[in-house]
Every structure is written in C-alpha cells, then in structure tokens.
Design a protein around this ligand. Structure first.
Ligand code: ADP
Ligand code: NI
Length: 219
C-alpha cells in the first residue's frame, strides 16, 4: 500500500464515521480542513502527507465525538497502527492531531509545523460565512437560541450558565470566533483569517441593525 492508498483508506474510514454528524463536525468540515491544510502546508513548507493524514483524523479524537480525548486518541492510534506506516510517521501524525485540540495558554511544548498548519486550517473553518453557519447549526443542536438581548454578551460563561442553556449563538462570536484571527500560527492563515474576520464583523453589525429595526426607515 502506498501513501496515496493510506490517505484514501483513511478518508473512507473518516467519512463513514462522520457522515451523519449534525453538530458541525460533518465530513464536509473534514474535507474543507483537508484542503485548507494542504494549501497552508505548501505555503509554509510542512510535510504534506503528515498534514493530510492529521487533517483527515483531527476530529476523530475530539472529546465531543469520542467521549474523551484519551478514547479518541486510542481510536486514531489503532487506525494508524494497522496501516503500513513507520513509528515515526505515526508519532508525527498523533502529535499534529493533539495540537488541534490544544486550547493554548498552558505552556505546552512548541508545536510542530504540521500541527500548526492543521490547527490553523481547523480554526479558519470556524470563521467567515461557513463559520457563521456552523455556529448557528451548533447552537441549534444544543437548544440554544440565536440571540437574547437579556443575556449580556460576555467573553466567558460559567458552567451553570451553559447547563441552563443561557449561551446563545451570538455569544460564541465574542467568546471565541472574534479572537481567532490573533491566534493563527502561520502568516498565510493570518491573512485569510483577517478577511473572514471582517466578514463576521459586518455580519454582526447588520444583525444588530435588523434586530433593532434600524434598517426599516429607508422606505
Ligand atoms: P472544531 O474543532 O472542528 O472547530 P468545535 O467542536 O470546536 O469544532 O466546534 C464545532 C463548530 O461549532 C465550530 O464552528 C464552532 O465554532 C462551533 N461552536 C462550538 N461551540 C459553540 C457554542 N457554544 N455555540 C455556538 N457554536 C459553537
Ligand atoms: Ni474540526
């Protein structure tokens, strides 16, 4: 089995696992992250095989899908071990995947080039028009409303507030999405992120305009 076949087999496997997901981790998200990752890998000089494999498998290890990160990583490792890969390749792929879910801020070891690229691609897919759409899908799947002026928009929410469904889709923009442009690892991703960020700002501006009826006096 050559590298291309390893990729194809992995793509089929992930597609089977995520095809029916409705929480924003569907197969199309994986396809976009795969494409973005490969584009960034070329621009940043990361290993395209490690990057493509890590992009394909990055959400299998997500605790929202696997139950826990340990379980998810075990699934990924089991999958990789039965492919004809060297120990070194397996470790590089695992390392890159663990970067993606890394929340940042608690002083872990420096990221590999491949990890940085896939993390940037995953974050880019949370931005722009697609990012907006995914946010509302996710909020809907959790029973959150899209906006509630009674809930102040704050950057952090307590566990209690989440439990009582006091998060809204709009909340997520302030809590995470608008911060992502400053968290990109690579120059190429930062440039794309700026564009997608601007689009989200325009969206929010228009959302509040319509909500408050400020666009209604034009006729
Ligand atoms: P990924 O790592 O693939 O970005 P996440 O599990 O972090 O996946 O989120 C899936 C999608 O749902 C992303 O687009 C994310 O921005 C969005 N999302 C995550 N948490 C919330 C939330 N509390 N409210 C609304 N959208 C959310
Ligand atoms: Ni993802």
């Amino acid at each position: 089995m050559n590298k291309q076949e390893c990729i194809q087999r992995t793509a089929d496997y992930v597609k089977m696992l995520l095809e029916h997901d409705t929480s924003g981790h569907d197969w199309w998200h994986i396809k976009r992250v795969r494409r973005l990752s490969l584009m960034l890998a070329t621009q940043e000089g990361a290993d395209p095989f490690i990057v493509e494999m890590a992009a394909l498998l990055h959400d299998i290890a997500d605790e929202k899908i696997a139950g826990s990160e340990e379980k998810g990583m075990a699934t990924v490792r089991a999958w990789l071990t039965q492919l004809p890969l060297s120990t070194d390749e397996i470790e590089q792929i695992i390392e890159a995947i663990s970067t993606v879910s890394y929340k940042g801020g608690h002083g872990k070891k420096p990221l590999t080039q491949e990890g940085m690229v896939v993390q940037d691609a995953d974050r880019l897919d949370a931005l722009g028009a697609i990012g907006i759409a995914r946010t509302f899908m996710y909020a809907g799947s959790r029973g959150h409303s899209m906006y509630d002026p009674a809930i102040p928009v704050r950057e952090t929410m307590t566990k209690e507030e989440y439990r009582y469904g006091r998060s809204t889709a709009l909340h997520h923009f302030y809590e995470k999405l608008l911060k992502l442009k400053d968290l990109m690892n690579t120059k190429s991703a930062r440039k794309l992120a700026m564009e997608r960020h601007r689009f989200m700002e325009q969206f929010l501006q228009q959302f509040y305009r319509e909500w408050d009826g400020h666009d209604e006096d034009v006729n």
